[in-house]
Design a protein around this ligand. Structure first.
Ligand code: MN
Length: 130
């Protein structure tokens, strides 16, 4: 806690309240947070930014997080960058669907202030090991 993480997180989320909450939590932990409000903004941002991890809301307007994840996973410059789904979907099979889309992990909403940074650090560590 309180360490400078130095990692850059791209957070794709259409809900401004969630963006504010996650930004506050992650910035307090020393992460750099870059936000995209929709899939097209995310695709635009990764042209110039290579994040250490992408946090992906699944329920996005126009292009959902499953489709966007598949598109991002096809970009060679993002090879090895973990994409973690963030979703309120708790239906049976949703976790499998995020993994099929190419997500490397899954964090369930509602966002927990204490566990989110721990989960993100764990995914970053796993990505660096691989
Ligand atoms: Mn959403």
């Amino acid at each position: 806690m309180g360490m400078e993480n130095m990692a850059t997180i791209l957070y794709v989320e259409d809900n401004p309240e969630n963006r504010l909450l996650v930004r506050r939590i992650l910035m307090a932990e020393g992460f750099t947070v870059v936000e995209a409000q929709n899939a097209y903004e995310a695709l635009e941002k990764v042209k110039t930014l290579c994040p250490d991890l992408i946090l992906m809301d699944i329920n996005l307007p126009e292009m959902d997080g499953y489709t966007l994840t598949a598109r991002l996973k096809a970009l060679h410059q993002l090879a090895g960058v973990p994409i973690i789904a963030l979703t309120a979907n708790v239906m049976r099979g949703d976790r499998e669907r995020t993994l099929e889309a190419g997500c490397d992990g899954y964090i369930q909403k509602p966002i927990d202030v204490d566990t989110l940074p721990v989960q993100i650090n764990r995914f970053l560590l796993e990505a660096n090991k691989g």
